[in-house]
Design a protein around this ligand. Structure first.
Ligand code: NAP
Length: 255
């Protein structure tokens, strides 16, 4: 009789996890038993706080800085993950930015490129690195990828941020295409398309009170909490959704 080997600790990488939906997702994944990488870009103190919150309830987390829109930094991030005890099982591509509310006619090429690089190139780079590790075709043991898109991919965000909406449209197509490409290689790829969620992203667009202003338009008449999006992400990452791939969940209160 062979002795059964303890299965390696499952690792989950959440990009942009120092605040908002990413932070809530990191905490919930840790509660679900994953060792979590809290990736962040600039706010070290906030990322450490998320890491410490996880440690407080006995979870495992590492805060790792990397600008995931840069190929070299994504390479270094995944090499660091390779050196950790455990196996990468979950990737949540949560990073997303938007800029000052504007009409398309006033958007510069520099801004458009920055938004697309941060929101789409980052997702491509992290998906590529994860697939190379998770895919059975590459000798991996499978895994789950959850991309954070937005209801903006359908609304187009006129008069606010068409560049952001276009980046989320690209995330939807990438999700569907990659899901079908790796469906028989042990990897499921899905996405969430949140509606209006109370986070600091709206202040970056110049309107901190945006969710409250638009709440009347939401069928449920309220904005969402980051934890309500995180619940959907964790479900898509878990074996509970084992026959779900190429799919989208819209935590949006019906918007
Ligand atoms: P948020 O509060 O603005 O947080 C953004 C996070 O991304 C921060 O942790 C930030 O890290 C990180 N980040 C930004 N650029 C990065 C980079 N280049 N590399 C690594 N990390 C980077 O955002 P949120 O509202 O939680 O949104 C999370 C996701 O949900 C985004 O994809 C967003 O588009 C999507 N979404 C949000 C809403 C909403 O209403 N909030 C609705 C639909 C979709 P630092 O602070 O350390 O720089």
């Amino acid at each position: 009789m062979t002795e059964s080997q303890p299965s390696p600790t499952p690792i989950a990488l959440v990009t942009g996890a120092s605040r908002g939906i990413g932070a809530a997702t990191a905490v919930q994944l840790a509660r679900a038993g994953y060792a979590v990488i809290v990736n962040y870009h600039q706010n070290t103190a906030a990322a450490y706080e998320v890491r410490d919150r996880i440690a407080e309830f006995g979870g495992t987390a590492w805060a790792i800085q990397a600008d995931v829109s840069k190929e070299s930094e994504v390479t270094a991030l995944f090499e660091q993950i390779d050196s950790l005890p455990g196996t990468l099982k979950v990737l949540v591509n949560n990073v997303g930015v938007l800029k000052q509310q504007s009409r398309l006619a006033d958007i510069s090429v520099e801004r458009f490129t920055q938004v697309l690089n941060t929101n789409v190139l980052s997702c491509f780079l992290c998906c590529r690195a994860a697939v190379r590790r998770m895919s059975t075709r590459h000798g991996g043991q499978g895994g789950a990828i959850v991309n954070v898109s937005s209801g903006a991919s359908k609304s187009g965000s006129p008069n606010e941020y068409v560049d952001y909406a276009a980046s989320k449209g690209a995330i939807d197509s990438l999700t569907r295409g990659l899901a079908l490409e790796v469906a028989d290689e042990g990897i499921r790829v899905n996405a969430v398309r949140p509606g209006l969620i109370y986070t600091e992203i709206h202040a970056d667009g110049g309107e901190p009170g945006r969710v409250d202003r638009l709440a009347e338009r939401i069928p449920m008449k309220r904005g969402g909490r980051p934890s309500e999006v995180a619940e959907a992400i964790v479900w898509l990452a878990s074996d509970a959704s084992s026959f779900v791939t190429g799919s989208f969940i819209d935590p949006s209160g019906g918007l």
